[in-house]
Design a protein around this ligand. Structure first.
Ligand code: PGA
Length: 248
């Protein structure tokens, strides 16, 4: 049995003082023994949110990291820095970073390997565009992104990573994938993990769906056999996020 994971992706929202106030206000409502709740917040909010969540089961995550440990990389944050801060999770290869900030299949792989090396759990994002779906290329796109992302990872690593299927056309658009579309893609991802690393590894790996998850659709999506929870953007920075977390 895989534990359900609900990860909020705050994106570039909440100045640190507001982030802290939101975390303080929400922590008891979001705390859960049944669901692993993760708040992926802007770097500058990590400290205040982490402190505010102390004493709860809720974890924090970053939204990106560099694949080098240190050096002349102005403006970047390394996995070593996140580890030292006690940040357990990090989103890698979100489509907004792939589309606008130069993340590629290769850097997604390097960042994922580095995250694992530091004991961080990478939340690796894959997903097709609207055009690719219309051209019936969804499966091929997912296979390629996943093959790159998982290069040089091991079967053991499958219990140390999270994969998020995030169709780009569903992100921030209000157009959610249907339960069947999401399940089909997540099943394909699990099948690919199985082909590569075996059934035990595929049974362990957590696969999330992301893209316009709301309190209304969370339950049916998260109840699909191959969907182990969600990566939630817009619906994670409002009080009703509580209803996504307690979706049952
Ligand atoms: P959304 O974003 O829930 O606002 O669609 C999801 C994501 O980008 O991870």
């Amino acid at each position: 049995m895989r534990k359900t994971i609900v990860a909020g992706n705050w994106k570039m929202n909440f100045v640190p003082s507001r982030a802290k106030a939101f975390a303080v206000e929400m922590k008891d409502k979001l705390d859960s023994n049944k669901v692993e709740v993760i708040l992926c917040v802007p770097y500058v909010d990590l400290r205040s949110v982490k402190d505010a969540l102390e004493g709860t089961n809720i974890k924090v995550g970053a939204q990106n990291m560099h694949y080098m440990d240190e050096g002349a990389y102005t403006g970047e944050i390394s996995g070593a820095m996140l580890r030292d801060m006690g940040v357990p999770y990090v989103i890698i290869g979100h489509s907004e970073r792939r589309e606008r900030f130069g993340d590629t299949d290769t850097t997604v792989n390097l960042k994922s390997l580095k995250a694992i090396e530091h004991g961080l759990v990478p939340i690796i994002c894959v997903g097709e565009s609207q055009k690719q779906r219309k051209q019936n290329r969804t499966q091929g796109v997912l296979r390629k992104q996943l093959a790159f992302a998982l290069d040089e990872l091991t079967a053991d690593d499958m219990s140390r990573i999270i994969i998020a299927y995030e169709p780009i056309w569903a992100i921030g658009t209000g157009e959610t994938a249907t339960d069947q579309q999401a399940e089909e893609a997540c099943a394909l991802i699990r099948q690919q993990v199985e082909q590569r690393f075996g059934k035990a590894a595929a049974d362990k790996v957590h696969i999330l769906y992301g893209g316009s998850v709301t309190p209304d659709n969370a339950k049916s999506l998260f109840s699909m056999p191959n969907i182990d929870g969600g990566l939630v953007g817009g619906a994670s920075v409002v009080p009703s996020f509580e209803k996504v977390v307690h979706f049952e």
